[in-house]
Design a protein around this ligand. Structure first.
Ligand code: SF4
Ligand code: F3S
Length: 387
């Protein structure tokens, strides 16, 4: 039996409710501290921050002479971020929030477990992010309208863009289609960062499905929503939208540090890092996961797993015969690793599905009958291996 009387309970609820309602008043949101304030309050010294930036600049191939300028820019600037979600599963955002906390990069003088990367991310002015923001309804809409009336913000998008079927399509929010919402938010954005394979290449919503073995013509299906990548949607608007800087951070989902690193690069430099032909930062997607895979020596010696419980599996042999797409998949899984540097799929005994590549649901596989594009659990199609 609780010692709290009903009267006390009522008073406590009323007081919490009034505090909550006060916080919901837009005029009374606290002014956001700068990154410099945030680092200082978290016990991160300027020396530690410089050390972190040097590591970061080495990873991103920034000339050391630019360091002081970059540090000042990072400390003083408060970059606004607007985050929109379309056809997605929220796995990308789930991955991003896993960067909090990350003790791997903890250079703090205190026992604070926040990483500097997480502090930088939390010091971003996240002006609109439906899933995590405090305001809702009209207040949330006002936050977005205020943010996109400015210039220079980063527009982060996850999820693919469905066809809007002339205004009656698959994604309607406040009476606007996904395409209308994207165009509105992209107009003043300095850059668009497509987070995840759905936003980068269409991903699952754009998948055509495996070849239909019952179909005599063996025709592929079609995406029921006509989903496309965010870049394709921007291109369809033409004009300024076609030339808007777009960075694809692919992966299903992408690694938290890759998302964070890409945003931090833009904050530090005000421009995109060097990108590959699929608009992905080369610093993270420059090599295939096969290059640094710990099973590669078995690949080279021709020792393969042929069944998940055979002697080869127990000995950690190469997973190529189990459908691994590592040799054609560009990502940082085997270098940065997952779950705060813990491991990656091949270390857990499963082959790479090729999740960071365009059309990974449909392409790059071949079955025993020689049919191509039959789903990612089938063998890697040798014809898809480029030089
Ligand atoms: Fe390459 Fe996959 Fe074999 Fe690793 S398990 S060596 S990524 S083919
Ligand atoms: Fe995705 Fe392959 Fe990495 S499936 S998580 S790119 S190892």
């Amino acid at each position: 039996m609780s010692n709290v009387s009903k009267k006390e309970l009522r008073t406590s609820i009323a007081s919490r409710l009034s505090q909550h309602l006060e916080a919901e008043t837009l005029d009374e949101w606290p002014t956001m501290e700068t990154l410099g304030d945030r680092l200082a309050n978290s016990g991160v010294s300027r020396r530690s921050f410089m050390k972190y930036c040097m590591g970061l600049s080495a990873m991103m191939a920034i000339p050391i002479s630019l360091m002081p300028k970059l540090v000042e820019a990072a400390l003083l600037k408060k970059t606004s971020v607007v985050y929109l979600s379309f056809q997605e599963c929220t796995g990308c955002l789930e991955s991003l929030v896993n960067v909090f906390p990350n003790t791997r990069y903890n250079l703090s003088a205190t026992n604070n477990t926040d990483s500097i990367a997480s502090i930088i991310l939390s010091a971003l002015s996240l002006d609109y992010l439906e899933t995590l923001m405090v305001p809702s309804g009209l207040q949330a809409e006002k936050s977005k309208a205020d943010a996109i009336a400015n210039t220079g913000y980063i527009l982060v998008v996850d999820g693919a863009m469905p066809d809007d079927k002339k205004g009656a399509g698959f994604f309607i929010q406040h009476g606007k289609t996904g395409l209308q919402l994207l165009k509105e938010a992209a107009t003043n954005a300095a850059a668009v960062v497509s987070v995840g394979t759905c936003a980068s290449f269409g991903g699952l919503p754009a998948a055509k499905g495996p070849a239909n073995l019952n179909n005599p013509g063996n025709l592929r299906g079609v995406s029921p929503t006509g989903a496309t990548s965010i870049k394709a949607a921007l291109d369809s608007f033409g004009g300024i939208y076609k030339t808007k800087p777009v960075i694809n951070v692919s992966g299903c989902p992408p690694i938290a540090e890759v998302i964070a690193g890409t945003l931090v690069y833009w904050i530090l430099n005000g421009k995109a890092p060097s990108l590959d032909s699929n608009l992905r930062p080369k610093m993270f997607y420059g090599e295939t996961v096969h290059e640094e895979c710990y099973r590669k020596e078995f690949f080279e010696e021709g020792q393969f797993v042929n069944s998940f419980d055979d002697a080869g599996a127990r000995a950690g042999h190469c997973l190529l015969m189990m459908g691994c797409k590592g040799p054609t998949t560009h990502n940082a899984c085997t270098t940065l690793k997952w779950n705060q540097g813990t491991g990656y799929p091949m270390e857990a005994g499963h082959g790479c599905l090729g999740c960071s590549e365009p059309d990974f649901w449909d392409k790059k596989s071949i079955n025993a009958q020689g049919q191509q594009g039959v789903g990612f659990y089938n063998h890697l199609d040798p014809a898809t291996i480029s030089d």
